[in-house]
Design a protein around this ligand. Sequence first.
Ligand code: ZN
Ligand code: ZN
Length: 210
Amino acid sequence: MIIKQIKLSKMETFCYLVGDEKTRTAALIDPAFDTEQILQIATELGYAITHVINTHCHSDHTAGNQAVIRATSAKLLIHAADAPKLSTVVNAAFSKVLGGKGSPEPDVLLQDNDDIIIGATVLLTIHTPGHTPGGICLYAPGHVFTGDTLFVEAVGRTDLPGGSSRQLLQSIRERLYTLPGDTIVWPGHDYGPTPSSSIDYEKRHNGFTR
Ligand SMILES: [Zn+2]
Ligand SMILES: [Zn+2]
């Protein structure tokens, strides 16, 4: 498995390319902006994009879905509880403000513990509600992509519709802090002192989860 962290030009959003070296196929997690550059990076690395996975329904993670899917015919995956918010007029309006487009309908509605198969690479869906009802993290041994659930030394906001600080802390403590301590945390935004950290680091230094 290869991982390429791509810092986008707006909102400090991170997009991730997760590639399977055997089949040269890859997933894009949250390709919200700069879709031409993202697709060029994939081409330069020699990977065909087969999956677009949204960690949740917010436009700063989904505004590039349409451009990437038109260019690649990738399948779109999102948790079932966030799917109803994905292709709405409101989401399309926010996406346009951010320079993107409204999202196509998802192809796959994810549930907790679903495996996402990219060639010979498997990403495990961990349902982590709190920032949104259908927020997910994606896990492969050694790595977890945490969307807007867990940032480096911070956590996602819970004051938006469907948010719950109690649920968010429960998701982080019970579903993320139980992963092996050396698991690398790949957040959805570059809000911390470093662009990634580890589960052990967050347990020790994240003031929001103590
Ligand atoms: Zn969000
Ligand atoms: Zn976000």
